[in-house]
Ligand binder design. Structure first.
Ligand code: NDP
Length: 261
């Protein structure tokens, strides 16, 4: 399929994990990609993506908590490829701590990246999409924790519930600009973030060795497997496609049915 030929897609946190899988899917389907992350390695990640897929790419160092850096990111996309058609707010962080140990610094950092960062990106993407008059697609990455929370991560759950609320508010505001805004809630997806979860929750919830906590949770997934980045990428590509033009303000789970268990 070549559904996104000529479109420009921005993916934050696009250098690895779920973000890289999303960027790869769009690149394979003909889009121009701008991937952003805090580490300078993002430039090499963009080159590797171009080599692997033949897509035009740019890697931009951008801390999504910094309004000026986020503005520069979207201006760069406009300058490099002539516009912004699709923006995926994927950058995210998590820490895990008992309520007595959770610091204000952790709370603020999590809200700053996961919620404020997603907002700043939506704001800049909308600015470009409105100016072009061509509409666009915004897709925010929330989490299964934005459905029912989980122990030792109130800050993370709050940040992702915030993403869902923001998604609905923005969807209403930009509907007449032909811009759709949706969110997705991944379940358990194999990435560096999940490795951290497995290690830290594993110690806090019991005597779990490496991989054992994840394995025990996978048992609760009706489909009996952890998700992969490509499972998330497929849903995002659909939401960004013409087939999803009448879907906005929604949050969709991609979790193998975990929410039901
Ligand atoms: P990873 O830890 O593998 O990747 C996180 C990405 O976010 C990295 O590219 C990182 O960049 C980037 N990032 C972090 N902070 C910033 C910042 N301040 N500015 C710009 N980029 C930043 O995570 P995943 O791929 O697992 O997660 C991706 C998203 O999916 C996150 O929003 C996460 O909350 C969500 N999610 C993940 C689940 C899972 O099971 N893995 C489940 C539910 C939701 P760098 O490498 O430069 O640090």
């Amino acid at each position: 399929m070549n559904r996104f030929k000529g479109k420009t897609v921005v993916v934050t946190g696009g250098n690895k994990g779920i973000g890289l899988a999303i960027a790869t899917r769009f690149a394979q389907e003909g889009a121009n990609l701008v991937i952003a992350s805090v580490e300078a390695e993002v430039e090499q990640a963009a080159k590797s993506l171009a080599e692997a897929t033949g897509a035009k790419t740019a890697g931009v160092v951008c801390d999504v908590t910094d309004p000026e850096a986020v503005k520069a990111l979207y201006d760069r996309a406009e300058k490099a490829f002539g516009g912004v058609d699709i923006s995926v707010q994927n950058a995210g962080i998590i820490t895990i701590a008992k309520v007595e140990d959770l610091t204000v610094t952790e709370w603020d950092a999590t809200m700053a990246v996961n919620t404020k960062g997603a907002f700043l990106c939506c704001q800049q993407a909308i600015r470009h999409m409105r100016a072009s008059g061509k509409g666009g697609r915004l897709i925010n990455i929330a989490s299964g924790q934005a459905r029912d929370g989980f122990i030792y991560t109130p800050h993370y759950a709050a940040s992702k519930f915030g993403v869902m609320g923001m998604t609905q508010s923005l969807a209403k505001e930009v509907a007449l600009d032909n811009i759709t805004v949706n969110a997705i809630c991944p379940g358990i997806i194999k990435t560096d973030m999940w490795d951290y979860n497995d290690r830290v929750w594993g110690k806090m919830l019991g005597d779990f060795g490496p991989g054992e906590l994840m394995a025990s949770w996978v048992e609760n997934i009706p489909m009996k497997r952890a998700g992969e980045g490509k499972d998330v990428a497929g849903l995002i590509a659909f939401l960004a496609s013409d087939d999803a033009e009448y879907i906005t303000g929604q949050t969709i789970n991609v979790d193998g049915g975990l929410i039901m268990s």
